[in-house]
Design a protein around this ligand. Sequence first.
Ligand code: GA4
Length: 331
Amino acid sequence: MVVLSKQTTERYSYIRNCNKTSTLSTIPVVDLSKPEAKALIVKACEEFGFFKVINHGVPIEAILKLESEAINFFSLPHNQKEKAGPPNPFGYGNKKIGVNGDVGWVEYLLLKNNQDYNSMRLSSVFGQNTDKFSVLNEYMCAVRKMGCEILELMAEGLNIEEKNVFSKLLMDKESDSVFRLNHYPPCPEMALDNKSDEKLVGFGEHTDPQIISLMRSNNTSGLQICLKDRSWVAVPPDYNSFFINVGDSLQVMSNGRFRSVRHRVLANGSDSRLSMIYFGGPPLSQKIAPLSCLMKGNEESLYKEFTWFDYKKSAYASRLADNRLGHFERF
Ligand code: GA4
């Protein structure tokens, strides 16, 4: 008989009744090379705040090179990785998420959209190894380009004349975007107890504060999204595609028409999950408010006025699962 000890993992949260979670078979898939992409993007953002893209244009070599660097990094001895920590707010983090006591079965690297800053922050681990940073930079540039293409299709789908109304925020040299590598190690306890209906939380439920998040993962499951009816569904992994989330700022800019999707990641018993996420954010001084061209008749803004700086400050002081936009709602 195997006696399971919860000692190593007892500070973490568990989700019960996992076997009942359904798999999202209707996940919207957008082929960026097809003319119907813009309409599908708008529909998916309204219904789910989430979709998957194929024919995304991010070169497979750029993806694989960064993935292999990430695997190398997370395979380093613990004391080596710790040299790149703590994540205040950028750097290596292990289990602790944010500053308010959230924990998850995850280790990660949080990076800035600035090559010089990242190489300085990580020089204690990588020295002045410029190759590693050009791999990272190449990936980030390609993903940002895809993000801008998606945002431009979105603007067209919404019949907005200024096609770059969203994408210009990511292209701005002051854009406050963030990049994250997440490694969810296999959880040995779960592997032993494979009949258990309980799963350990890798990254607890939350919404992303930025405009748009662009995620690529390896082929290990774990991601779940919350639907409008508040049920959770598992998203089957697909390492050839990118998964796109609407963030809180885009929900506000669309005056609530688009949904900032609540999502979480559950740990896996036997396989490592590796995900790479680009969080496209605006410059700090950017006003985040519903676009006037999207307001119909005498439609009122659902939100108070704020800048990305105000929102980010409030978001980073919150707990992961909080409804961060709540403080900024008018009604
Ligand atoms: C969620 C989205 C991004 O991963 C992130 C996260 C950030 C962090 O890990 O430091 C936060 C979280 C995220 C929202 C609430 C605060 C801040 C952890 C946390 C508890 C980098 C981001 O921008 O916001």
